[in-house]
Design a protein around this ligand. Structure first.
Ligand code: DGY
Length: 469
């Protein structure tokens, strides 16, 4: 498939190649479609993942806005009473022994008085809240189509708005009892960047107790174990799950006793941007002014929190370990959090762009494609093949592209879009990519890679804007 895609892009007219590339991306989403929701990937991730679904809705919007809306509605059917949106909703039809830790491992989460009725079971973790951003994208596409599509999208926004409000309320209260503007995570899986060096220090303080033997089904679906987190990482992940379940999946208990308690700046920045989207949705659905005042206060608090985590020496924003009481000094794409949050003054924006262009990221001389490695090659935790320790990720490129457009940097944004599309075309919609030789790693036919491809193809700038700096 990879050489087929390559050949298509070289041999055809640019338009013909793009049409076929988009058709192939749509086919990935259809193949992973489970009716009302989409598997993150056919084998490695056979369930519904929260932030994957948000990106998937963005892609679906370009060929079926109603289906895109259902993707989000289906996820929010499993929202907890507290407002939490679980990071996984388990597919009852997934083959047995296909994913670990699966529904049987999380079943006790259903014992929590706050959990939704099961089956299907859900995890009791959460993931970055891209959902309102996605819903607004669905609306924008439907509005351009006009007529019934726009009408249906407006009904969708009315349906989902109160659920979003509850979700963001959960994140700004249960996950930020300090009112810091920064979201606390209890597990690296909540960050979505599981084995990033961001979490090395706080994880090293987690003392793993007695764990029964467990399977690593994930390793069956990748070419080499070096592409996935290590067994030592997994022991810690499972130990943290055990502690969270022991605390009854109750935030207050977890806050009191949990050994991994971290303020995640990427999660917090996505929340700040999602709050901006929520504000627009509030206006579209005619929400009461009290809601808008509340959302505005969340946005302001989010920006204050991120400001406080700026490290002028690295030119990046840093996560904060609440247990150790110190910032986590690693150089990863998460450090671009203020760019994603948006509304940066010119000084901060310049500093962020300088870091992005520097040899620590886009300016590194060995990069195969000019897209940022998830971890800087200058970071001691960098590993070129290992999941979030170095490989480049199309969804991260999408987030940065979208943020650069919002920041008034269309040429830089276009540079990322133009580098990302051939990277994806060189693969079968790979999950992540080795940064120096460009090899596709992890799963093939990854839904969110197909989804961002569709959004990029639909957002080709006009000729004038295409001139890349
Ligand atoms: C995995 O299984 O790799 C996920 O990131 C956990 O959510």
């Amino acid at each position: 498939m990879s050489s087929e895609n390559d050949r298509m892009l070289r041999a055809e007219t640019p338009l013909g190649a793009e049409i076929r590339f988009a058709a192939r991306a749509r086919q990935v989403l259809r193949q992973n479609d489970m009716g009302d929701w989409t598997r993150a990937a056919p084998n490695l991730y056979p369930h519904q993942w929260s932030w994957d679904s948000a990106f998937i809705a963005i892609g679906l919007a370009h060929f079926n806005t109603r289906r895109a809306a259902r993707e989000l509605l289906a996820l929010f059917e499993h929202q907890w009473r507290t407002g939490k949106v679980p990071h996984i909703v388990f597919n009852p039809e997934a083959p047995p022994a296909s994913y670990f830790p699966g529904p049987e491992h999380w079943a006790c989460a259903a014992a929590s008085p706050d959990a939704p009725p099961a089956p299907p079971y859900t995890s009791c973790l959460c993931q970055p809240p891209v959902h309102a951003i996605a819903a607004l994208r669905v609306w924008e596409v439907a509005e351009r189509s006009g007529g019934e599509e726009a009408g249906a999208a407006r009904v969708f926004l009315r349906q989902i708005y109160p659920k979003f409000l509850l979700w963001h309320h959960y994140l700004t209260t249960h996950r930020d009892p300090e009112g810091s503007g920064l979201v606390t995570i209890y597990h690296p899986w909540e960050s979505g960047t599981d084995n990033s060096p961001r979490w090395d220090a706080p994880l090293s303080n987690v003392e793993v107790g007695e764990l029964p033997p467990y399977p690593r089904y994930d390793l069956r679906y990748v070419a080499s174990p070096s592409e996935r987190p290590t067994d030592v990482d997994y022991d810690r992940y499972l130990w943290l799950v055990k502690l969270i379940k022991k605390a009854g999946c109750d935030e207050r208990n977890t806050y009191r006793s949990h050994p991994f308690l971290v303020k995640d700046v990427l999660f917090s920045a996505i929340l700040a941007a999602a709050n901006e989207a929520l504000m627009e949705i509030a206006a579209l659905v005619g929400a009461p002014s009290g809601d808008r005042t509340l959302i505005a206060s969340w946005i302001a608090r989010g920006h204050r929190g991120l400001n406080g985590m700026w490290d002028p020496e690295l030119g990046l924003c840093l996560d904060y370990d609440l247990r150790a009481g110190r910032p986590l000094r690693s150089r990863t794409v998460a450090g671009f959090a203020p760019l994603i949050a948006g509304r940066q003054g010119s000084g901060r924006l310049e500093a962020l762009l300088a870091t992005l262009d520097s040899p620590a990221f886009l300016g590194h001389p060995w990069l195969h494609w000019p897209v940022p490695p998830s971890t800087s090659p200058f970071d001691e935790g960098f590993h070129r093949r290992s999941y979030w320790r170095g490989p480049t990720w199309p969804v991260v490129n999408w987030l940065l592209w979208w943020s650069l457009l919002r920041a008034g940097e269309p040429q830089r944004a276009e540079g990322l879009r133009q580098a990302s599309l051939p990277q994806i075309a060189s693969s079968s919609f790979g999950e992540y990519f080795e940064p120096f030789v460009g090899e596709s790693l992890g799963a093939d036919d990854q839904s969110w890679t197909a989804a961002v491809t569709l959004d990029w193809l639909a957002n080709e700038p006009c000729q004038e804007e295409r001139k890349v700096a």
